[in-house]
Design a protein around this ligand. Structure first.
Ligand SMILES: CC(C)(COP(=O)(O)OP(=O)(O)OC[C@H]1O[C@@H](n2cnc3c(N)ncnc32)[C@H](O)[C@@H]1OP(=O)(O)O)[C@@H](O)C(=O)NCCC(=O)NCCS
Length: 172
């Protein structure tokens, strides 16, 4: 059985990333071009998980320009056949560690109230780090009206992270 490996994406990964997000079941499907941009301009704060030659996980994240001490995790997805094995948790731990270079003090993500797996994923991350997690409404459902049916998105904020977990950046 092949082990799971983690690395930053390249633009060649974008088609598999688009398919993974599209097949994830409950994520907003961004354009393929958006995934190309993530794998190009934002590759240092994104990660893929692979098993053999299969791309089975992807996390996209970025530092908000006005708050670079935050790593905002945009989307995280694991192929349905690989779920429940700690791969999302592994990607989250690594992307925070590798993206940080000592400068990320908080991790943020928006989650809908019905996404129990995602809430658990980020709550477990906070527990592993030994830091607080708090949430508040960020994008109420009304902001989606006239465009699409969408649940409210709550902002989860985790931290402050211990500086020792944020000092490595040894990934290619
Ligand atoms: C959310 C998702 C990324 C989790 O991936 P995963 O690799 O199965 O997650 P992990 O195995 O690392 O589990 C992380 C934690 O969540 C828990 N968890 C996983 N799936 C769960 C579920 N369906 N319901 C409740 N908890 C769940 C695990 O028990 C684990 O908790 P623990 O660390 O306290 O034991 C995956 O279910 C997925 O791709 N979902 C569709 C896309 C999505 O909703 N993404 C999140 C919003 S951006």
């Amino acid at each position: 059985m092949s082990t799971v490996t983690y690395r930053h994406p390249t633009v060649q990964d974008a088609p598999a990333v688009t398919r993974l997000i599209r097949d994830s079941g409950n994520l907003d499907v961004n354009s393929h071009y958006a995934h190309l941009l993530l794998c190009h301009h934002f590759r240092g704060t994104c990660l893929v998980a692979e098993k053999g030659f299969d791309l089975i996980g992807f996390v996209s994240a970025y530092r908000p320009p006005e708050d670079p001490g935050v790593l905002f995790v945009w989307q995280i997805a694991v192929a349905s056949s690989a779920r429940g094995a700690g791969i999302a948790g592994g990607m989250l731990d690594r992307v925070v560690q590798l993206a940080s270079g000592g400068r990320v003090h908080f991790v943020e993500a928006t989650i809908t109230a019905s996404n129990a797996a995602s809430i658990r994923l980020f709550t477990s991350f906070a527990r592993r780090q030994g830091v607080a997690i708090a949430h508040r409404r960020l994008f109420p459902a009304e902001l989606f009206h006239g465009v699409e049916q969408h649940e409210s998105e709550d902002l989860y904020r985790i931290g402050p992270l211990p500086s020792t977990s944020c000092e490595r950046n040894d990934f290619s």
